[in-house]
Design a protein around this ligand. Structure first.
Ligand code: ADP
Length: 379
């Protein structure tokens, strides 16, 4: 009772003052209690005030929690400092309130760490920059992981794939009699080298794509593409393979479709896989494959239809799973990893597309790719 009586006797000015003191104390507590580095840059005086976390994380001896802007700038890696100064002044002029940058910052022991700096700019009554409140996050571990991912991808793509491609090339040259004629038996054996290296190259390609997907480094960059020409180039590529199985590939397209926004790498991967499967899983006695590309109410629809062995109902829900191969297909083709459709589906979804199929065992399969009316999505 006595307490509430005292509160009642407070004048509005006292009450305001007490609330201000309270909020300043709370701000100070948050500033110091957090584990992240937080700073306040007073643009007018050119002084940066740090919380204690700054001294703990960067090892500098703590004096009075403040340092001149120039001191902070002097600790930034020389290769990043110029860029940063430019970005900073552009930010002040831009009218944007939030800014984010990554740069290397020197710790007291001389080592550089990668920093993500995120600042919020406060302006004065006539719009002039007054103060920046921001946080510094040490992202060195993330950067090291990114580098490890890049190194892995480069190891697989160059150091494994390049020598294999050379093996395949030379074995093809040998069977093509470029280095002089080979005897029948020699040719037969060298062809085995070509087949095995082709299989390995495609497996490495799948593993590379799988790692890119799992590491989250696969992105989609659509650009206007002459889609009919692109599809035709794949049909031409697969023509000899189809012919050798007595298969006829037909293309049904809408000539009025000129360009569609496509990520060429993703689209090519999809059509390549669907066509390879359509040929691979066609009946040995041949048949017909129809590739069509048309407009529909949702955008553009690609379909690849074969009259092959089909996919039994019981297996249909698994075909987009990793490493899954339907039991009956393993006898038909030793090629194939069961990775293709998983990769194709994940890539299609990355690019904002949908993929599905209809199939009747023994009668054939048709795969569909629905592309939005605006084309593939950029990610
Ligand atoms: P694979 O490298 O084995 O072809 P995919 O992921 O591309 O791997 O396909 C998974 C499985 O789906 C294949 O092993 C096959 O059993 C089945 N499949 C895919 N496409 C077809 C098709 N057009 N006709 C029949 N079965 C198919």
């Amino acid at each position: 009772m006595a307490k509430s009586g005292r509160q009642k006797s407070m004048t509005p000015a006292h009450e305001l003052e007490s609330r201000l003191v309270d909020s300043a104390q709370r701000y100070e507590l948050i500033f110091q209690a957090t584990n992240d580095v937080i700073y306040e840059f007073d643009i007018v005086s050119g002084v940066i005030t740090w919380n204690d976390a700054f001294y703990e994380k960067f090892g500098y001896p703590k004096k009075d929690n403040a340092s001149p802007f120039g001191w902070w700038l002097g600790n930034i890696h020389p290769d990043d400092a110029q860029r940063l100064k430019k970005e900073y002044s552009e930010w002040f002029k831009s009218g944007q309130s939030i800014w984010e940058a990554e740069y290397r910052y020197r710790k007291h022991d001389g080592h550089y760490v990668y920093i993500r700096d995120r600042g919020l700019l406060q302006r004065g009554s006539s719009g002039e920059p007054v103060r920046v409140i921001g946080s510094l996050l040490d992202i060195t571990a993330d950067k090291q992981l990114d580098r490890a991912k890049d190194e892995f991808i480069s190891l697989v793509s160059h150091q494994l794939r390049t020598p294999l491609t050379i093996i395949r090339l030379y074995s093809e040259m040998l069977t093509g009699n470029i280095f002089g004629p080979l005897g029948g038996e020699q040719k037969k054996q060298v062809k085995k080298i070509t087949a095995a290296s082709t299989k390995l190259i495609s497996l490495i390609g799948d593993i590379l794509d799988l790692s890119k997907l799992e590491m989250g480094v696969l992105s989609s960059h659509p650009e206007p593409t002459d889609v009919n020409r692109l599809i035709m180039s794949y049909i031409d590529e697969f023509h000899p393979r189809a012919l050798s199985k007595g298969i006829d590939i037909r293309l049904e397209t809408d000539e009025s479709i000129k360009e569609v926004n496509l990520d060429v790498m993703i689209f090519s991967r999809i059509i390549h896989n669907l066509l390879a499967n359509a040929i691979r899983y066609s009946q040995p006695s041949g048949g017909k494959i129809t590739v069509s590309f048309h407009k529909n109410k949702d955008g553009f629809l690609l379909s690849v239809k074969d009259k092959g062995i089909g996919i039994p109902k019981s297996a249909q829900r698994y075909v987009f799973s990793r490493f899954y191969r339907v039991g009956n297909t393993v006898n038909i083709s030793e090629h194939g990893t069961g990775l293709g459709l998983y990769l194709v589906k994940t890539m299609a979804e990355t690019a904002g597309c949908k993929i599905w199929f209809k199939s009747i065992a023994g009668r054939g399969t048709v795969f569909y790719l629905q592309i939005p009316a605006t084309g593939m999505r950029a990610t």
